[in-house]
Structure formats: structure tokens, C-alpha cells
Design a protein. Structure first.
Ligand SMILES: Cc1ncc(COP(=O)(O)O)c(C=O)c1O
Ligand SMILES: [Zn+2]
Length: 412
């Protein structure tokens, strides 16, 4: 059974009674969940590894849920870890691995969080789950809520393209469009609405939901047969992935199931890189920035208010780094990933590949390092990121001559 041992403020050490609050009453920091895991043995680990259930729920004891009957799963987890030899050759890393989360049920990493988050909501008897988002989180919350029989409400700012929210709508979410800006008016209304209506919070301000991405650590250790990568690179916005992966690795270290943890690297778009800025300044605080437009739409977050500082601390503790990428570098990452490894990821997700290349070019990553790039969202989430000229799609006459002319090739 996944048992919560304590709920503690990581800033001032205050304890809260489990289930009563998500944030510290004093400083409003998101509380941190500590689970009772010290009784788990290596035999338990092997049993989890062998489990027929290949979802993240193989690792049930590491999640803050009391009853297995509360689980809401769509089969998330155990995503492929691909040894990408051709892509690795291109960027000069022999052991380049891709953790392909584009194949998760709703096409993004958010399913790791929301499977845990919505399971907790079901266990606690919530009727409505809410999220503010314009993309991946909305779709994921809506899907898990649908499977659980819980209503979902998605808040988006005015001007959000319908293509961004159509997936959430398909799963039956109520989409509320708000006349205001995402980081300000929408955020403010979202918070007040949670209190007013008693909805379940599916953002990173919910520490139960944040536990889900620890599954990256467990899966990687399983898939690498106990070996640990030298680097894991994660496309970063709110900071949940970096924070939770590090927490997962620390749990495995504390149990003695691994001997070391990887260095973690956060990849951000230059247009929204508050964590990189704080890392480079040597600061322990993440200052909010006004996020500019970027092709990496899903990680266009200027104010990682809940977990940014925790992610920053995790990067440092792991001996890792943070790197910002231009849109040109991100698009190049997306193209080489698709063409040399056969994985179509959205631009935000391809920042990890762009970062691997940049860190290798700078000599931060060595040629023989084992490097894992997390690929966090499917390319079909944002298909218009691939430029196709009109002439490319212009029809040709249905003749071999026209075909020869078009492809400019002789027979093989
Ligand atoms: C595709 C994609 N990658 C990465 C992230 C990063 O999120 P986090 O830093 O919270 O792990 C997000 C979500 O914001 C996302 O949608
Ligand atoms: Zn506090």
C-alpha cells in the first residue's frame, strides 16, 4: 500500500495532516509528500519489475494512494527507451537513449501526473477536477476524469486556438474561455474557483499529482537493468518533471537499489527560460519572466510558481545543468529526431534533443556518456510546426514521366 508518512513544507518544515492541505499554511509553498517505503526489499523491486501490469501502477507502493481499487489507469507508463544510434552518431553521443513518452495515452507526459492525480481525486470522492491549461494538461485531465466518471473543467484564456483544446473537448471537458491573460486573470480566477466550488486541483500546486512523474526514475532503472544514465535531459516548464524524477531517484538510492543517480538537465526555450536564468545566476530563487512567443508552445511558462525553485535545487543536487534553446535549435532538434530516429515529437519535446546536441558541442556531455532524452509530447499535438511548401504538395500528372521529373531520380 502506498502510505503517506508525512506532508511537510520544504521551506519552513511545517507539517500538515495528510488530505487537509496542498500548501503550507505559513509560506504557501507546495507541501512535499514523504511515503513510507523503507520496508520495501529488493525482492519487492524484482516483483514490481516482473508485474504483468506494465503501467506506472507497477510501482504502487511509491504513490500516495491507499487502495488499488482507486486506480484510474489508461495503461500509461513503460514507454519505450530507444537506443538511437543514428541520432547519437549525428550529435556525437554513442549511448543516446530516447524515453518516448509521445506514446502515452493522450500523447504527452501529463498522463504520468494525472493518472496519479485523478486516482487520488477518486479515492477522496471528488466530483469535479479542474485545470487551467491550453494544451497537454487539459487533454490529459479530461481523459482520466472521463475514465473515472469525474467531471472536468478546463480554463483557457481568450484567443486560445480551438485546435489546442479540441482533444480535451473530445473527452467531454467543459471548456471555459476567460477574457484575460493566462498568468494573471485566468490564474487568479482559477484559484478562487477552486475554493468557491471545491473542485479538485490538477496543477503542480497539488503535491499528490506531482508524484506521478517519479515513475520516470523507476522505469529507467528497470529498463536499463539497474544501470543508471549519466544524464537525463527533460523539457522543462513548471519544473515537475525535474523535481519528481530527482525525488524518484533519491528514493531508489535511499533503498540501496541503485548506487548513484544521473545528472539532470533542464531544457527550456530561450523565450521562457526562468529556470535557466536562475541556474546561471547561481540563485536559489526563480524570478518570473514574461514568456515570449516560441515554437515550443507547451513549455511557454514564464512563472513556474509552484515547483520552479524545487526543480532548480534538484538540478544542483544532481550535479546537472540547465540550458536554453532558440527556436531554430529546437526545430533542428525536432527534424533530426524524426529523420534519424523515427520519432515525431512536438517542438517542446524536442528541446531535450536540441539540448543534448548543445551540451555535447559545449563538451559538458562526453562522447561515452549514457544520455537519456525525455520526449514529452507527440508531434501531432502541433502538426503545423512542420513547414510544408505549397509546391511540395502540388499535384502532378498521373504519369511516370511526371513522377520522374518530380523526384529527379533514376531506377535503383
Ligand atoms: C510537451 C511538454 N513537455 C514538457 C513539459 C514540462 O513540464 P514540467 O517542467 O512540469 O515537467 C510540458 C508541460 O508543461 C509539456 O507539455
Ligand atoms: Zn512553509
Amino acid at each position: 500500500m502506498g502510505l503517506v508518512k508525512s506532508l511537510r513544507c520544504p521551506k519552513c518544515g511545517n507539517e500538515a495532516v495528510p488530505r487537509t492541505a496542498f500548501q503550507c499554511a505559513e509560506c504557501r509553498s507546495v507541501l512535499e509528500i514523504q511515503l513510507k517505503i523503507d520496508h520495501l526489499t529488493r525482492g519487492d523491486f524484482e516483483a514490481m519489475r516482473r508485474s504483468r501490469d506494465r503501467s506506472i501502477w507497477r510501482w504502487f507502493d511509491f504513490f500516495p494512494l491507499e487502495k488499488r481499487s482507486s486506480i484510474v489507469s489508461l495503461g500509461e507508463g513503460d514507454t519505450p527507451l530507444i537506443h538511437a544510434r543514428r541520432l547519437g552518431e549525428k550529435i556525437g553521443v554513442a549511448n543516446l537513449y530516447l524515453k518516448n513518452d509521445t506514446v502515452l495515452p493522450t500523447g504527452s507526459l501529463k498522463d504520468r501526473s494525472n493518472s496519479v492525480g485523478i486516482s487520488v481525486a477518486r479515492e477522496w470522492g471528488f466530483k469535479t477536477a479542474a485545470v487551467m491549461s491550453t494544451g497537454n494538461a487539459a487533454a490529459s485531465v479530461a481523459a482520466y476524469a472521463a475514465a473515472a466518471g469525474i467531471e472536468s473543467i478546463v480554463m483557457v484564456p481568450k484567443g486560445t486556438a480551438p485546435s489546442k483544446i479540441v482533444q480535451a473537448r473530445a473527452y467531454g471537458a467543459s471548456v471555459i474561455v476567460i477574457d484575460g491573460d493566462f498568468d494573471n486573470e485566468v490564474a487568479k480566477l482559477y484559484k478562487s474557483a477552486l475554493t468557491e466550488f471545491g473542485w479538485y486541483d490538477c496543477l503542480s500546486s497539488n503535491p499528490y499529482r506531482d508524484e506521478g512523474k517519479k515513475s520516470y526514475a523507476y522505469e529507467m532503472v528497470d529498463q536499463m537493468d539497474g544501470r543508471v544514465p549519466d544524464w537525463v535531459i527533460h523539457p522543462t516548464a513548471g519544473g515537475t518533471g525535474i523535481y519528481a524524477m530527482w525525488k524518484g531517484y533519491k528514493e531508489l538510492l535511499s533503498l540501496g537499489w541503485i548506487e548513484r543517480a544521473p545528472k539532470l538537465a533542464a531544457a527550456q526555450s530561450e523565450a521562457a527560460a526562468p529556470i535557466v536564468a536562475a541556474f546561471e545566476k547561481g540563485s536559489t530563487k526563480v524570478e518570473a519572466v514574461v514568456a515570449r512567443e516560441t515554437i515550443a508552445e507547451s513549455i511557454q511558462v514564464g512563472n513556474p510558481v509552484s515547483l520552479g525553485w524545487r526543480a532548480l535545487a534538484s538540478l544542483r543536487e544532481s550535479g546537472g545543468t540547465a540550458v536554453a534553446l532558440s527556436d531554430r535549435e529546437i526545430l533542428e532538434g525536432q527534424v533530426i529526431l524524426a529523420r534519424l530516429a523515427g520519432v515525431f515529437a512536438e517542438p517542446a519535446a524536442a528541446t531535450s534533443v536540441a539540448a543534448a546536441k548543445k551540451l555535447r558541442d559545449r563538451g559538458v556531455i562526453d562522447r561515452d556518456d549514457i544520455v537519456v532524452c525525455n520526449l514529452t509530447g507527440h508531434g501531432l499535438k502541433q502538426p503545423d510546426s512542420i513547414q510544408v511548401s505549397e509546391t511540395e504538395f502540388a499535384p502532378i500528372a498521373p504519369t511516370l514521366n511526371a513522377l520522374r521529373e518530380k523526384i529527379g531520380r533514376s531506377p535503383e
